[in-house]
Write a protein that binds this ligand. Structure first.
Ligand code: DC
Length: 228
């Protein structure tokens, strides 16, 4: 099922870890009055649930079963797992790495497909992840591939953690980003890749507001094109 629905436009934003996709996608969604899907949160929730239940992160069948029946809710910017707010916990590096491991399995991705497509509701959706444009919403009005150098992404994440009062090591974060990029790009199932029809945007030297304005301008251009 492709879930194509030209009446409900999708803006897909894909890119590597710590590229700022989440912040940009949320601000773009707000500006357009669209819904927002943080697809990485679904993979992070699967990893968190697995770790809590003692399910190994290499047990594909158990992870897929978990992904299919997990009690997940998104409400007012908060993420809920089995009735409890999981917002802070899923943002940890441990959950990020666990998500990247669980995400290599095709049956886990398949189990999350319909759940992701269910976010496509009027008046439109901004979805961020790794395979939004290539697999989940191939008919998106605009597909943006957002990236920045690994060093710049590591600096941004370091700053975020320090601002939250958390302990962080720039060297460790850079190493983690490089490892996660390698795993997300080399997996067989829906790897992180720049789709042929994606609009490339390197944010290394741009402020968030500039990136948001640029994505909105590209979206308006693509949307007016698609109705012409
Ligand atoms: O965007 P994020 O850092 O929250 O994603 C966490 C991990 O989940 C990421 O390393 C790879 C995986 N992921 C994925 O495979 N496909 C997506 N659409 C989103 C995330």
């Amino acid at each position: 099922m492709d879930n194509k629905n030209p009446d409900i436009p999708v803006l897909a934003i894909d890119g590597p870890s710590a590229s700022g996709k989440g912040t940009v996608a949320q601000q773009v969604a707000r500006a357009l009055g669209f819904r927002y899907l943080d697809s990485g949160a679904l993979y992070r929730l699967v990893a968190l649930a697995a770790m809590r239940r003692g399910v190994a992160l290499d047990d594909e069948a158990a992870l897929a079963a978990l992904a299919a029946k997990l009690d997940i809710a998104f409400d007012h910017g908060e993420v809920w797992l089995e009735g409890a707010c999981a917002g802070d916990e899923i943002r940890s590096e441990r959950c990020g790495a666990g998500a990247s491991s669980a995400a290599v399995f095709p049956s886990v991705r398949q189990a999350l497909l319909a759940r992701q497509r269910a976010f496509r509701l009027p008046p439109g959706l901004v979805a961020d992840g790794r395979d939004m444009g290539s697999t989940v919403f191939p008919d998106a009005v605009l597909k943006v591939y957002l990236t920045a150098s690994a060093e710049e992404r590591a600096r941004r994440r370091y700053k975020q953690l320090i601002e939250k009062g958390m302990h962080a090591s720039l060297e460790y974060i850079l190493q983690d980003i490089n490892q996660r990029d390698a795993r997300d790009q080399s997996r067989h199932a829906a790897p992180l890749q720049i789709c042929g029809d994606a609009s490339f945007l390197d944010t290394s030297s741009l402020a968030i507001e500039e990136v948001v304005a640029e994505v909105l301008a590209r979206y308006q251009a693509a949307a007016s094109h698609s109705v012409a």
